[in-house]
Design a binder for this molecule. Structure first.
Ligand code: OGA
Ligand code: MN
Length: 198
């Protein structure tokens, strides 16, 4: 079903290391995921490491993890990701074992400082996905995802528009979320080469 999309993503990863796709999935799936994210009340403060309260200064979003046993919309999203996993493994021999993803909610003023999703040679998260859910968003609302290259040059500044999908090599692109001026929803996900949580 998503074969053409998978091919585009693989081409993007090979040629540039990242790709931005608008109207990526079913429009109705993006809408349903937004509805679900808005209605959930189990978002928890996200942590970066074990550094405790210092995280607040680096990251202010709240998250809740997607689950294969969750809603139909979650299952559909995870099926898309699993198909992508198989496609990437077949095309690029990356040996991805699994995918994990969470809803993220940024309230007005929330941000995520510049970071990498994987440390070099740590062999865990290898490909990042971010899928945006917001149905009305303009430049005045802030909350841009800013992607940098290895030399810290700004590559892209992206609004979190509904059904926009961003995929990039986790070790290669520092990125940040600028302060959002209103509630901002996304699904951040990672393809991992390890079997279980460490
Ligand atoms: C992350 C992240 C970006 C976004 O959760 O690691 O970088 O735009 N999210 O939500
Ligand atoms: Mn990130």
């Amino acid at each position: 079903m998503y074969e053409t999309l998978y091919e585009k993503i693989v081409d993007g990863l090979v040629n540039d290391g990242y790709i931005v796709l608008d109207n990526a999935l079913d429009a109705s799936l993006a809408k349903e995921l937004l509805r679900e994210a808005k209605s959930r009340n189990d978002f928890k403060k996200a942590g970066i490491s074990t550094k405790g309260s210092r995280d607040e200064n680096r990251r202010r979003d709240k998250i809740c993890w997607l689950d294969e046993a969750g809603s139909k919309a979650q299952q559909e999203y995870l099926e898309f990701a699993n198909g992508l996993r198989e496609h990437i493994n077949r095309a690029l021999f990356m040996g991805i074992k699994r995918y994990e993803a969470h809803f993220a909610k940024y309230e007005a003023g929330d941000f995520y400082e510049k970071h990498l999703d994987a440390f070099k040679n740590s062999k865990n998260r290898v490909v990042t996905t971010v899928f945006y859910l917001n149905d009305s968003w303009s430049e005045a609302d802030g909350g841009e995802l800013v992607i940098y290259d290895k030399d810290d040059r700004k590559l892209r500044e992206l609004l979190p528009l509904q059904n926009r999908l961003v995929v990039f090599l986790s070790e290669a692109f520092p990125h940040e979320v600028l302060p959002a001026k209103k509630e901002r929803y996304s699904i951040a996900g990672w393809f991992r080469v390890d079997e279980v949580f460490v």
